[in-house]
Design a protein around this ligand. Structure first.
Ligand SMILES: [Fe+2]
Length: 295
């Protein structure tokens, strides 16, 4: 059965049906999903519970797996999900209890509440992320999304001309250290993922649309006064995430949301950190490789 997509928001996002993502996909199915992702930026697959292995296998159809911040944290945060690329988006420690408030795990839960594109602090960054819902808190914990292509489209021409040829620098630990106050990183850890520089305006390869490449990992604009650059980045991020352009996803168990990190940014909404919230994330690197064929 071919992929069907129902729109989730006037600007982007779709609920997908017609493909069972728990099974190995044909190359035609992979191509259908990629084509839909290029249009919608995010796809929701509802009511398809996935094991960790199934989620890994699904993501591998789209490219090599991305470890992101695990490259820094793997010696400090014990892994409880059994696969290095299965990223534990939860407030649960390795013994199955609510993690300590001052643990790195909790800082990560808080950092996820800031608008970002996964792994924009490295090159290659992440292309696709799949996030699968396991346990939801009684309030909060939704995930919000915004489309960076729509953000570019809506900018005044004067601003477009001002920023078109600028760059920005992204650093993996900027939000953790400078914004949230996590002082626990060693100098060696700070050096694992050195800052990277991106154009502030990029073109999305799948749709050919220009996009405003902003997010919380951006620290400053090289060549511009530090304060002026930071204010410009904050203004552009605010522009990209106005309430009427945001899709807020209310998680149900068995939901998988897949998003294109090259076209969208996202954030988790606040929830009571004393309640369990468990999501599993798998991301792929933004590199071009032949899609894996069905077995
Ligand atoms: Fe994220």
């Amino acid at each position: 059965m071919p992929l069907k997509v129902r729109k989730l928001h006037p600007l982007f996002g779709g609920e997908a049906s017609g493909i069972d993502i728990s099974k190995s996909l044909s190359s035609a199915e992979v191509a259908e999903i990629v084509a839909a992702m290029d249009v919608y930026g995010i796809l929701l697959f509802r009511g398809q519970p996935l094991s960790g292995d199934q989620q890994i296998a699904y993501a591998q159809h789209f490219g090599p797996l991305d470890l992101g911040l695990r490259k820094i944290n793997k010696t400090r945060v014990k892994h409880r999900l059994g696969h290095e690329a299965l990223i534990d988006i939860s407030n649960i420690d390795e013994s199955g209890n609510i993690a300590d408030r001052n643990s790195r795990k909790m800082f990560s839960q808080l950092a996820n509440q800031l608008w970002h594109s996964d792994s924009s602090f490295q090159q290659p960054a992440a292309r696709y992320t799949t996030l699968h819902s396991a346990v939801n808190p009684s309030w909060g914990g939704e995930t919000e999304f915004a489309d960076l292509r729509a953000a570019w489209d809506a900018l005044p021409d004067r601003t477009k001309a001002q920023i078109e040829n600028l760059t920005s620098e992204h650093f993996a630990l900027h939000s953790r250290i400078n914004l949230l106050g996590d002082t626990g990183y060693t100098e060696a850890e700070k050096g694992v993922l050195p800052p990277v520089t991106w154009p502030l305006v990029r073109t999305h390869p799948g749709s050919g649309r220009k996009l405003l490449w902003v997010g919380i990992h951006a620290t400053h604009i090289p060549g511009m006064h530090i304060g002026e650059g930071r204010l410009l980045l904050a203004e552009l991020l605010e522009h990209a995430t106005q309430p009427d352009v945001v899709y807020r996803h209310h998680w149900q168990p068995g939901d998988t949301v897949m998003w294109d990190n090259r076209a969208t940014i996202h954030r988790g909404m606040r929830y009571d950190l004393d309640e369990r919230r468990e999501l599993r994330r798998v991301s792929t690197e933004d590199v071009d490789v032949p899609a894996r064929q069905a077995a």
